[in-house]
Design a protein around this ligand. Structure first.
Ligand SMILES: NC(=O)c1ccc[n+]([C@@H]2O[C@H](COP(=O)([O-])OP(=O)(O)OC[C@H]3O[C@@H](n4cnc5c(N)ncnc54)[C@H](O)[C@@H]3O)[C@@H](O)[C@H]2O)c1
Length: 326
């Protein structure tokens, strides 16, 4: 791969992928508006020869055309990744996730770039009946606007593969953990405990079972799939990316609390779900990506510990007031 474009390339997962592509010898075009992305995450990358920053909005069609021009692959990781507050902004996921994906695809078509990797989510399975849940699980009812907007993006990628001979790789991630992680359960619990070490409020009954994957393993899985699809024009392939394990929310709370040396009073808000759209159980069948030779290197507890270590090494990033990221 000579040149790749990463949308959302200053975000948690996008910046980690961009670093990996650059380390593997590709020149990287980063597109980001720094809404949740961080300049620190791309500072090192921007010093490497061949890196270009396209600072602006993915919805800007002209900017996107410039950003994908001459690229072999586009990795579309930009999104509104906030699942929980979707119902408060009913059009945000549609605009930031579905329309943005359409803008990226149109820019690619106009510039003759035909290979795309897309960060979708295990949330598209809603509340499935089959566990572990395979990629071809019965067509699910959507339970969040976020997942619905991602599923629509998957649909567009499939249609561009079929209609315009694109190669489309769709990755349905479980929750990702590791260095540069800045949103999600573990982050929320850690921040809350730093603010008040005496008590912690857990949404739901704490019995929800979640699945996590270490960011380094996620990137390795993406690169494994890319290697398997260098010559598959016209094909859209879907891969679940996760571990075979799950962790109960209360157990990850116990791990975080122990790591921080605290004994807070834990209060549960009750109910099987933390919020409307929260899945009480997520466990994906990852046989397909494993059949390409990939396997995770960290267990969920190890990934949680790695994340907590990163928090402690980067207090300025983790503890700054909400909404002040740049
Ligand atoms: N983190 C997870 O656990 C997880 C799980 C499943 C799927 N995903 C998906 O993976 C991708 C990356 O997630 P992340 O956790 O790194 O999130 P993130 O918020 O850290 O990264 C998203 C990046 O996109 C940028 N961005 C957002 N809207 C933009 C716009 N309109 N124009 C330009 N840039 C914009 C942000 O500034 C940020 O840098 C997302 O598509 C997300 O939906 C993440």
């Amino acid at each position: 791969m000579k040149r790749a474009c990463v949308t959302g390339g200053a975000g948690f997962i996008g910046s980690t992928l961009a670093d990996r592509l650059s380390a593997d010898g590709a020149e990287v075009n980063v597109v980001d508006n720094f809404r949740t992305g961080r300049r620190e995450f791309v500072a090192g990358l921007l010093e490497r020869p061949g890196t270009r920053l396209f600072e602006g909005d993915v919805l800007d069609a002209e900017l996107m055309r410039e950003a994908v021009r001459g690229c072999d692959w586009v990795f579309h990781l930009q999104a509104n990744a906030d699942v929980r507050h979707g119902l408060e902004h009913p059009l945000r996921d549609l605009e930031q996730n579905t329309i943005a994906t359409s803008t990226v695809l149109e820019a690619m078509r106009a510039e003759g770039v035909t290979k795309i990797g897309f960060s979708s989510t295990g949330s598209v399975y809603g509340e499935p009946e089959v566990f572990p849940t395979p990629e071809d699980a019965p067509f699910p009812l959507q339970t969040s606007l976020y997942a619905a907007s991602k599923l629509a993006g998957e649909g567009l990628i499939g249609a561009y593969a079929h209609g315009y001979e694109f190669t489309g790789l769709v990755f349905r991630f479980v929750s990702i953990l590791g260095e540069r992680y800045t949103h999600g359960h573990v982050f929320d619990f850690y921040r809350a405990l730093r603010a008040d070490p005496t008590r912690l409020r857990v949404l739901g009954d704490g019995r929800q079972e979640k699945s996590y994957l270490y960011v380094g393993d996620c990137i390795e899985a993406i690169m494994t799939a890319v290697g398997a699809h260098e010559e598959t024009p016209g094909e859209a392939a879907v891969y679940n990316l996760g571990t075979d394990e799950t962790v109960v929310v209360d157990d990850s709370v116990a791990r975080i609390v122990a790591h921080m040396g605290l004994e807070p009073e834990v209060e549960h808000t009750g109910g099987k779900r933390g919020w409307k759209g929260d899945s009480p159980l997520i466990r994906l069948d990852c046989t397909k990506i494993r059949s390409l030779g990939w396997a995770p290197t960290l267990t969920i507890p190890e990934a949680i510990e790695r994340t907590l270590d990163w928090f402690e090494a980067n207090p300025d990033i983790v503890l700054e007031p909400e909404g002040s990221a740049s």
